[in-house]
Design a protein around this ligand. Sequence first.
Ligand code: PHE
Length: 481
Amino acid sequence: MAATGDTTGAKTTSEGWSSRSAFILAAIGAAVGLGNIWRFPTLAGESGGGAFVIFYVGCVFLLGLPLVLSEIIVGRVGQTDAVGSIKRVAAKSGVAPGWSIFGAIGACAAFLILSFYSVVAGWVLYYVGVMGVDFAEALAAGDPFRGALAGESREMIQGRMAGLFASPSLMLGMHLVFMGATFFIVARGVHGGIEKAATWLMPGFFALLVGITIYGAFAGEMGQALAFLFTPDWSKLTPPVMNAALGQALFSLSLGVAALITYGSYIKEGSGLGPTAAMIATADTCVALLAGLMIFPIVFAVGLDPAAGPTLVFQSLPFAFQTMPGGALIGLLFFVLILVAAITSSISLLEVPTAWGIGERRWSRVRSASIFGGGAFLIGIACLLGYNVWSDVRPLGFWPIFAETDILDTVDGFTGKIMLPVVALLTAIFIGWKADRKLVGATAGLSPAMLGVWRFLVAWLCPIAVALILLFGLFPGLLGA
Ligand code: PHE
């Protein structure tokens, strides 16, 4: 599939998935991450549960899924990095190559998200270490089924996180190990690295997730969790909650960072991508819901506050594991589970800019991955210093919505509230209005009726709804909240 006759100049990738199911696993691995197991329960808890959850699921299928399919189609047709792929679709559709700007913004967003994602994943790694040592002690004491962190007071357990945050060197070490592992996998390529990691790790991930959920059903308050997650109190569905749910849907599906364009470009044959996209969105949503069903029964069983915020998973759950039978083992497995989910996502974040370097700059894979992995590592250092020596720094402090925001949350907020929705908006307009209908329709491989539904969602609902998120994200005052 040489790029003869086209003027995009990008190098067509020779790399590819070994099968459709390899692509599906890798894409699910990219989608399922800290967003599902940490951010989703945090937001659902803070936003009051049921109404948020139901609205979120609506966002996933009405807005997210159509965009998942759009991104994969661009990659499948383009067969190169995100910028080059959009240019190719544009050339085939007779529209300006300048549309590739959303690929470039997406690649920048992926690079920026990677920087703080690796820092947060480093916290997870730290807890894997803490729980690992604890479980080893339990084994040594001949009591493998004891609760976690035996004999420690609530303050001691919860103080661990404060101790971690106070130590730049500890956080730096964890960040380095996680970023190094991400680099190592990406440097080995699509087939030998990313695909292998996904096919090895994802089945283990699902086994752990189901196992811990079943444990929670017996040991925890499943009934209370079900009621909390699925009984809607519609008065809680305020505009800021809707805004958060929409943003979470984009983040969780890995939309707006050109990740699915990049992964789609490694699909070598076949069309019929509609069902594939549906599987990815469904799996991602099921994992988020299962994560809720795994975490909230435990939270309620020990009387914790579901609205505890971002520390819910890190601070509250270790305490919960202390009071539960088998907690030492389950706690360790729980953090291993999050770590696995995080690494299959971080490799997709690094792959996006890496593919850009290979396709547009003709760098070698190792060089490109080192440049972007190294760069994200450095920005990550600034993020983690924001928890201690630079805790007063407010990078965008002049901007009211970021006035109180530390370095890590600024990178998170700027990408999540601004860059992702902008890219999603441009993707919807490009596919819905600009790209050649026949080309896109043939690659989607949907029945005529479904194709009509999809086109309507991409051309109308997505641009309008995403424009609204962007507007209310940037100008919260408009909501009067
Ligand atoms: N979807 C991932 C998660 O839920 C995060 C991510 C965003 C990964 C964008 C890749 C690209 O954790």
